[in-house]
Write a protein that binds this ligand. Sequence first.
Ligand code: AHM
Ligand code: MG
Length: 336
Amino acid sequence: MVQPTTLGEFIVENQQDFPYATGELSHLLTSIRLAAKVVNREINKAGLVDILGAIGRDNIQGEAQQKLDVIANDTFMRALRSMGQVCGVASEEEEYFVSFDDDIHSEAKYIVLMDPLDGSSNIDVNVSVGTIFSIYRRTTPVGIPVTLEDFLQPGDAQVAAGYVVYGSSTMLVYTTGSGVNGFTLDPSIGVFCLSHPNMHIPETGKIYSVNEGNYVHFPEGVKQYIKYCQEYDEASGRPYTSRYIGSLVSDFHRNLIKGGVYLYPTGTMAPKGKLRLLYECNPLAFIVEQAGGSATDGKRRIMELQPSELHERVPCFIGSPKMVDTAHAFLRKYEE
Ligand code: AHM
Ligand code: MG
């Protein structure tokens, strides 16, 4: 029997690739790995026990909060707080960042931004959801409470990022800036095993992913690009296939493996787009670029954008590089 490489082994073996290889980031990734297993267990139980449905509280984005959102947020918060590497966390579920100020965090250098359970409106119908995380070194001196400034760093400063997709199997995919690797959870032994080493996104693909229900609200360039995707052209394999789960991690993961483009543009209903720069777009942008793809706001690389607030939204065009380029060409041509 071939002995698979486990995520734990992989993290330790590849520690030297990381520029500040002191083992702290490895510990941090270990706490994320453990929290992911706990959240996975809770999601799998979702249909069996009465933990579904909104708990009657809105999150700061004004959306009804699902119980599992709370569970996932608490689980990741607890796991990150329990180790001494993290001095602060910002989460989609919390209006303000949380500063960890106990003695064990006095030497902590890292901050984490996360969407603990993305796409949670899909849970009631048994559709895949995900966790997204982004890790930075703090910019303020170690030993004092973190400030907003530590969290408002451009994506290019990320030291690691990843996601967990709780799908037909559960996978954790991450990068520390030396390529992208994917691990599948073996539920029988509760271990993530290296299943997708050195992931590369195809240069181009045949899938476009966008909520076409918003079509009338989109800028003209996006409308024209969607028409282009639907047009018949045998040579370039069009029409493309439209695939949209409405669960960002799952849509992204499929396109990463098969080749494709995901768009969440601006629209009259979402003048800045819907997705959040710091804990949805930046981590996926880091992963897609490490896998050979592109991520932009329609003009600039996502990771170059200077954030100005924790829950900032940006338009997002992400996926196979040639498809993102073509979408850009349409945006430029029909610039309003
Ligand atoms: P959430 O963070 O509140 O779950 O919202 C983000 C989700 C993404 O997973 C998904 O890609 C997008 O919202 C879908 O939005 P829409 O329903 O507008 O297409
Ligand atoms: Mg989200």
